[in-house]
Design a protein around this ligand. Sequence first.
Ligand code: CO8
Length: 258
Amino acid sequence: MGNILYEQRELTGILTLNRPEALNALNNAIMRELSEALDKIASSDIRCLIITGAGKKAFIAGADVAEMQNYSPEDAAASSRKDSAVLEKLENLPMPVIAAVNGYALGGGCELALACDLRIAAENARFGLPEASLGIFPGLGGVQRLMRLIGITKAKELLFAARQFDAQEALKLGLVNAVVPAEKLMEASLETAGAISKNAPLAVRVIKMMANRSIGLSLKEAVGLEQEYFAICFSSADQKEAMAAFMEKRKPAPFCGR
Ligand code: CO8
């Protein structure tokens, strides 16, 4: 397993991509281990996951160029399908995922961050999708996710120019939720995870599922989906307890996730 480190702090899982000698570049081994780790996390009872990169320099400096260099079109198709499925698995984890971006988030690394729910960047983070400068384009859904997050015009500019940009620009673009000093990155990420974990897990999961599933639906279809999920919340013990506590002017019992 060595390419992926995992620890749990209270209700938050912390997954670290651990290949610092190659700036955590995504090779086949790391993607396989990530996929296996995500399967376990999906069925765990953590309320939030933080993903970060080992070392001080990089979140993830992209897909492994050495491995990709001699791909045939068939290899590229297979690899893109396989690795895209891992990012979809990440995107659809039941609990929210925060990318704690601690340096370079380039190419596939930026794509992985885009598949997370929230992004918190260290001041020294640098983002970019340099694929066009390598004769390819982001092959893991990055074009689509970037457009949805920051709009088509800005996304096209960044993709065509393959330009790197810093954390402050990422904040202005709405690509990251916050920028913090590098030494405070994990603390800030844990704080955000803690704020999420205080709320009813089922409600948080439903919000995530609705947000993810409604993209591409018409407003009418999306609101219809919300009505279904809204009803589901009222079958939960947490809703009963939280509302009873409010009416009785007392603190609710800790949420049980049912
Ligand atoms: N792949 C493989 N090795 C890498 C990568 C990478 N993406 N990035 C860094 N490394 C390695 C370097 O080769 C170097 O190894 P070594 O010490 O053995 O020479 C080590 O990490 C340290 O890197 P540098 O010496 O280059 O460190 P610098 O501080 O000088 O530079 C940079 C840091 C600017 C981040 C530089 O390393 C860089 O430009 N890296 C490549 C960035 C890049 O182009 N990323 C995009 C790759 S393409 C991609 O991600 C496509 C995604 C779609 C995939 C679809 C599925 C197939």
